[in-house]
Design a binder for this molecule. Structure first.
Ligand code: B4P
Length: 181
């Protein structure tokens, strides 16, 4: 089972992915968490990614593909995976297709979590992570609109999108996602 959680920064992908992975008994891959861990441990990928993550820019596609490929080849991912924050660009979507084709797997659904940008900004300012300043949030939302949102049409065209309202309690959003799946 391959499920992609899709949406702007701060819609709750990470929050929902953790709950879904536990409920469905599958692994959870957050590219954002993977980069934060690599940065904390000063690995070569972390050193490469740091400037991008701090600025709210996308990490280059080839670096993202490396971390995803490495992670997905771990046996703990053989039951299925919730992809959280990946893919975020067309080349990343293509890299994922190649990776899944090679393993004889296919995407189940792409869950598009919808939250208005004013609410997103409120949530992220409250979260207060290093990349959650007002300026960086605005930049990340802009990058999402330019680079990531166009993927919605791509997944819509191949019949993979289900859209869910991301407002409401964490439990309500989770129930809505499970119902949509
Ligand atoms: P991510 O780690 O993916 O972070 P995010 O998009 O900001 O957050 P998410 O949507 O997961 O929201 P969350 O559940 O935390 O990306 C960080 C950076 O990593 C990117 O800017 C980029 O630099 C890099 N990166 C990652 N993936 C990449 C890729 N594929 N390609 C290139 N670069 C990549 O929720 C946010 C807040 O809202 C939390 O405080 C949460 O508690 C709260 N919340 C959640 N649900 C709520 C609800 N229902 N009601 C109220 N609050 C809620």
């Amino acid at each position: 089972m391959i499920i992609i959680l899709f949406g702007a920064p701060g819609v709750g992908k990470g929050t929902q992915a953790a709950i879904l992975a536990e409920k469905l008994g599958v692994a959870h891959l957050s590219t954002g968490d993977a980069f934060r861990k690599a940065i904390k441990n000063s690995t070569p990928i972390g050193l490469l990614a740091k400037g991008f993550v701090d600025a709210g820019a996308l990490v280059p596609d080839d670096v993202v593909a490396r971390i995803v490929e490495e992670t997905l080849s771990d046996p703990s991912f053989s039951n299925g995976v919730i992809l959280d924050g990946f893919p975020r660009t067309k080349p990343q979507a293509e890299a994922l297709n190649e990776l899944l084709d090679a393993k004889g797997l296919e995407i189940g659904k792409v869950v598009n979590i919808c939250v208005d940008h004013a609410t997103i900004a409120e949530r992220l300012l409250l979260r207060g992570r290093a990349d959650d300043s007002r300026e960086v949030i605005d930049y990340r939302l802009n990058v999402y609109q330019q680079e990531t949102e166009p993927l919605l049409q791509y997944y819509e065209d191949i019949g993979k999108i289900v859209s869910v309202d991301g407002l409401g309690s964490v439990e309500d959003v989770n129930s809505a996602i499970l119902a949509a799946l």
